[in-house]
Design a protein around this ligand. Structure first.
Ligand SMILES: [Ca+2]
Length: 168
């Protein structure tokens, strides 16, 4: 009897969470299996250089895209990224692909429990770009992107994400 009550309460709590409007993605921090690295340079909104096991390597955030150097909102998106990762020790997690065509590591980035790829989309600094097969968070990211666009957050008011281009 008591066990049944606990289960019912659990279901009610779950229902309450899903009705809250916030899209929960990153709740528990990084999944196991990540690598630890130190950020040595922020290149732009979706790219960093890290020291990984004594070697400096370039990391491209997977699943997202921020404006390029010659595009509007470039500086703001870079600053948003920098505010989270500059000088930090980060956890790197891969989806399926290890690197992109430029040899950059494709990774999800965490600073503590902060899921940087997700936060960039949530804040409107990044758009969602999915290159299969790396789509682990694509649905969640798309929901967050839609919310950010509707709320006019970050780069969305600039219109940069409406140009139909997914240049990386
Ligand atoms: Ca970009």
């Amino acid at each position: 009897m008591r066990q049944a009550s606990v289960i019912v309460l659990g279901i009610l709590l779950l229902a309450g969470c899903s009705m809250g409007g916030e899209v929960p993605v990153s709740g528990g921090g990084p999944l196991p299996g990540g690598e630890t690295a130190r950020v040595v340079q922020v290149i732009d909104g979706d790219t960093i250089d890290v020291n990984l096991n004594g070697e400096q390597v370039r990391v491209r955030y997977v699943g997202v895209n921020t404006p390029e150097r010659d595009q509007s909102c470039y500086s703001e998106a870079r600053a948003a990224n920098s505010s989270m990762v500059s000088g930090q020790t980060v956890t790197l997690l891969r989806d399926t692909s290890d690197t992109d065509q430029y040899g950059r590591l494709l990774r999800y980035i965490y600073v503590g429990d902060t899921f940087v790829n997700e936060q960039l989309v949530r804040g409107g600094w990044a758009e969602v770009v999915v290159y299969q097969p790396d789509d682990q968070y694509a649905d969640d990211f798309r929901m967050l992107e839609q919310q950010a666009a509707q709320s006019g957050l970050g780069c969305h008011p600039s219109g940069i994400f409406d140009d139909g281009s997914y240049t990386r």
